[in-house]
Design a protein around this ligand. Structure first.
Ligand code: ADP
Ligand code: ZN
Length: 432
């Protein structure tokens, strides 16, 4: 049940020893980059003075802004000669940043992904369809390498072209898929068009859902519609990409691979650590990278640590679902709202369909929040205006979740544009 039993079940004490050893090496490597060289000098930090894991806190945080200002080479610690690949963040929140990888970096990242997929139950006999965009985005190539090394048959179908996805799935007997959760839901529309039931042949057994926040209700919806077990997969390109944290078969939080990353959880406002179990911003330090290690990188992602040991025997700590990025939050009528709260409320209502969007407008009577919701095809009777009872139920359910009463507009199935990449859940028109 383990890919690398020794390291996955290593006693915490030994894990921390390994972390310290790797951290010292990482800090030494990092000091060779122009960026960290200067950072360390300014902060009066000497790499040799790092004696314990706690000493990490003497190093300042690294931010997305730092990466932007260091574009493209200021973080590089080795000759460009030794780099074999470049990846980039998808640019969801601004200017592009890049990460360089040496052969060794790619190798250790690949191991983390094989380990993750194995932990969720994938084996050599599986047919793995990777429905993530290939290219600068890390989701495609990252999983691709990991799945090949695990020994599965990989179908690199990449994102989009829904009909072809279904064609391959059904004709090649796909058993495992990797897919963005919002795309998993919208792909159901194409399944319906093709009169194909994703679960009818009983081949599909595992889905890896990642790259965007999604609720437990969405997981269940995907599991039921596709007839499989879905596992949450978390990563960010600054920390290689996917394979930072991954669910085991317990499906109760994601193990952070702590032999490769040091995790800190901080209060985003003060930068101070928060106690286990409390929500905060995830901060990561890479431990196995030589091309471009990052120290105390502020992910902007919000989650909490589950300190209890996992029944699976892995000793690496788990984190909760990601609530979203700090900057995903919007304020409406003085209340802070995360899109995931809206998703959670909506996906629990069976008559709700596969897509929704939140629209924020400025009016004479103050700011308005409108939630446009597609109706489930099986609940659609030809006229959404007749579904006033459903509309009222959605409004009440949203109010109890977010403490603001939004306007709710019901839409016919598949009237909202489906995205192949990360879903954009909020249209904020207030500054227009
Ligand atoms: P970008 O930051 O431009 O979106 P990335 O491709 O590096 O580029 O995306 C990483 C981000 O995607 C994470 O920081 C997080 O916000 C989000 N993400 C990735 N996996 C998950 C997941 N399983 N749950 C929630 N959010 C996720
Ligand atoms: Zn576990």
């Amino acid at each position: 049940m383990y890919w690398q039993k020794d390291i996955e079940t290593v006693p915490r004490e030994d894990l921390e020893k390994l972390q310290l050893e790797r951290l010292r090496r990482t800090v030494e490597i990092a000091s060779r980059s122009p960026f960290y060289g200067q950072r360390f000098r300014e902060a009066g930090f000497r790499p040799q003075s790092l004696k314990s894991l706690d000493d990490l806190r003497r190093i300042p945080f690294t931010t997305k802004e730092d990466l932007r200002s260091g574009f493209p080479y200021r973080f590089l610690c080795v000759d460009l000669d030794r780099c074999v690949r470049l990846h980039s963040s998808s640019g969801t929140t601004g200017r592009i940043t890049v990460i360089f990888h040496t052969r060794k970096d790619i190798d250790s990242w690949t191991e983390l992904l094989s380990r993750s997929m194995y932990a969720a139950g994938m084996r050599t006999s599986d047919v793995f369809q990777n429905m993530m965009s290939y290219g600068l985005f890390t989701g495609g190539l990252g999983f691709h390498y990991g799945a090949e090394r695990l020994g599965a048959l990989v179908l690199p179908t990449a994102a989009g072209n829904s009909k072809r996805q279904i064609f391959f799935m059904k004709n090649l007997g796909t058993t495992v898929i990797h897919i963005i959760p919002s795309y998993a839901l919208s792909l159901l529309n194409t399944f319906a068009d093709e009169s194909v039931d994703p679960k009818e042949d009983g081949k599909l057994r595992i889905a890896f859902l990642g790259a965007e926040p999604h609720s437990e209700a969405t997981r269940r919806k995907v599991e039921e519609a596709y007839g499989l077990d879905a596992f949450n997969s978390y990563g960010l390109s600054e920390m290689n990409g996917p394979g930072v944290a991954f669910e085991c078969t317990e499906k109760a939080g994601m193990h952070v691979w702590e032999d490769a990353y040091i995790l800190e959880v901080i209060d985003p406002a003060t930068g101070e650590p928060v106690p286990d179990g409390e929500e905060g911003e995830l901060v990561f330090t890479s431990l196995t990278r030589e091309g471009m290690p990052l120290l105390r990188y502020r992910s902007r992602d919000l989650a909490s640590v589950y300190p209890e040991p996992c029944p699976c025997g892995r000793t690496h700590r788990r984190i909760s679902r990601i609530k979203g990025r700090v900057d995903d939050m919007f304020v409406i009528k003085g209340v802070n709202v995360f899109p995931i709260q809206v998703e959670t409320a909506l996906m629990e209502i069976p008559e709700v369909g596969n897509n929704f969007v939140i629209v924020l407008e400025r009016t004479d009577r103050g700011d308005q929040m409108m939630v446009k919701v597609e109706v489930n095809p099986s609940s659609f009777n030809g006229d959404v205006r007749s579904l006033t009872d459903l509309q009222e139920r959605i409004r009440r359910r949203l109010r109890s979740e977010i403490l603001v009463t939004p306007k709710v507009e019901l839409l016919e199935p598949r009237s909202l544009p489906a995205t192949e990449g990360k879903a954009v859940r909020v249209r904020d028109n207030r500054e227009l």
